[in-house]
Write a protein that binds this ligand. Sequence first.
Ligand code: PEP
Length: 259
Amino acid sequence: MPQRMPYVGGNWKMNTDLAGATALAEAVAAGAANLLSACQVVVCPPLTYLQAVGKALEGSAILLGAQNFHHQPSGAFTGEVSCSMLKDLGVGVVLCGHSERRHVMGEGDVLINAKVLAALEAGLQIILCIGEKIEQREAGQTDAVNAGQLAYGLAGVKPEQLARVTIAYEPVWAIGTGKTATPIDAQNAHRAIRNEIRHSFGDAAADAIRIQYGGSVKPGNAGELFSQPDIDGGLIGGASLKAGDFLAIVRAAAETGNA
Ligand code: PEP
């Protein structure tokens, strides 16, 4: 059985304010201190609070993540920030392909792939989010949609870069809705995703890559989801805004993950 340390991410989206973001980071850092040997943790605050949250996380092994960035290194891209700008703030991880960027902000596969490649070239870790919409699920297309988003997203990624890639399987219909895939449905999707990685990158890469589940994960359902053999933790939206809930989810991952 491969050893994969569980990995839990908090995606704060466009929430918190400066004081709230700092307090949340401090509470998570304090509460997670004795869990980080069994579970890796990243928090992704709004871009404007990265610096303050980074400071609040000083001395903690919790990683600082960014929700968004531009794939070009610099230039006339009004309103955007580059990977190197994020690195200046201590960011080590970036989200790519989140469903809100795909389906609300209109990012397509080509742009997502450009962002994946740029982040990896810059030395960052990425969490590549994939997942089907409800009508695709009802049409039996879940695995095909995931395989397509994976193939596009990872096109051109070098085998040695894959160690800095995590996949987050996030069925779009489960994000922020209170609906969650059953542990068995999620496990089936995760196994199919791992098999796609096996096909493209080989056994060692497939056994090593971590695949998070995302979509209305809460303290009450995290343990059952994370104990599935191909689920290596979660990407958490709403529940990551309450330190107690997020820490309970991290604890569930530390206790029931595949490490
Ligand atoms: C997310 O934003 O990645 C997410 C999974 O959100 P939520 O946990 O709120 O469904």
